[in-house]
Design a protein around this ligand. Structure first.
Ligand code: FUB
Length: 324
């Protein structure tokens, strides 16, 4: 149904993948939302070899139990931020024997010529956990390592973000608490001596807000370093009832904090969630995010968009505006 609707708007019907198993290459022109023939969310860009790969989640058209209905992860790529190629489904719950639901916000990173896709999933008879898919290609297929990387038995283990700094890989994650591990060089295990470190959820670090820790920090962290400063961008809740997520950010002089709250990056939209993905590409800085702007959109039917980011000389970031 959605496909038929969108085909009326842009003439792409001959090449649109009709089901999850097809791996056709489809060219898309950037014009927000970027992907107009299916619902996508939780954008995670990765720049590799002159190409920007965009990993996303996939909101199914048909909902089960009127909740997020998400079974697989998708990949799109561009060389010019204008023309996009759809690489189809690159990893799914079917590939993870120990998981049964909730293919949520991923991030991919390359190390030593291999690609590691970190993905939150619901563990059979458990809570949320973080899976790792490994591939020799940025577009997969990814193979599950056979067990969770992070599995604390609670619901906090979602939304991994990874960054390599000076040879050490840091993996942050969490809702409502921000936590991190130090990944070992194999990228599929972590330093158990350091363990799972809980970041102090203080107002100084994340601002006074409306989420469960009393700060703005909600979920969807995106961790990186730029110009000597470490950035944590995240989905955030302002104080008060019925707020949707906006994007906010904190900075630090160290990869492990302490973090300093820096304010709102993008105001909330009509969509309950938002999710940042940041990269530099083609000489510009980009913020990927999601809204509910596609026809038929809702909190469970989201679509990935992109806008430019502007860093000030002192490292602060100017407010980012949605494209519509
Ligand atoms: O898309 C499912 C969940 O909603 C993600 O893991 C969160 O970041 C929020 O976008």
């Amino acid at each position: 149904m959605l496909i038929m609707l969108i085909c009326g708007i842009i003439d792409m019907s001959p090449d649109i993948p009709q089901n999850n198993t097809e791996r056709k290459r489809v060219k898309i022109m950037t014009d927000d939302p970027i992907i107009k023939y299916m619902y996508t969310a939780d954008p995670a860009p990765m720049v590799y070899g002159g190409t920007l790969y965009l990993y996303t989640t996939h909101d199914e058209d048909e909902l089960v139990n009127d909740f997020y209905t998400m079974y697989d992860w998708r990949c799109f790529s561009t060389k010019d931020m204008e023309h996009w190629t759809d690489h189809g489904k690159i990893f799914s719950l079917d590939d993870i024997e120990w998981a049964d639901d909730r293919a949520w916000a991923p991030q991919c990173i390359e190390r030593g010529g291999r690609f590691y896709l970190y993905c939150p999933v619901h563990k059979k008879n458990g809570g949320m956990a973080i899976a790792v898919g490994v591939s020799d290609s940025p577009t997969g297929p990814f193979r599950d390592i056979g067990h969770p990387l992070i599995d604390e038995g609670d619901w906090n283990d979602i939304d991994p973000t990874v960054f390599i700094d000076d040879g050490q890989t840091y993996l942050y994650f969490g809702n409502p608490e921000l936590r991190y591990v130090l990944l070992n060089e194999d990228m599929i295990s972590f330093d158990t001596n350091t363990g799972i470190v809980r970041i102090p959820m203080t107002e100084d670090s994340f601002g006074k807000g409306g989420h469960m820790t009393g700060t703005t920090y909600g979920e969807g962290p995106w961790f990186y370093k730029r110009g000597g400063l470490y950035y944590m961008i995240y989905a955030a809740f302002a104080e008060g009832e019925g707020r949707n997520e906006h994007l906010a950010y904190s900075t630090s002089d160290s990869p492990v904090g302490p973090w300093k709250y820096r304010g709102v990056l993008m105001k909330e939209s009509s969509c309950f969630t938002n999710h940042p993905g940041v990269c530099d590409f083609g000489g510009e800085s980009w913020l990927f995010y999601h809204t509910d702007e596609l026809p038929g959109g809702s909190l469970f039917h989201r679509s990935v968009c992109v806008t430019r980011m502007h860093y000030n000389e002192d490292g602060t970031i100017g407010e980012c505006f949605r494209s519509s």
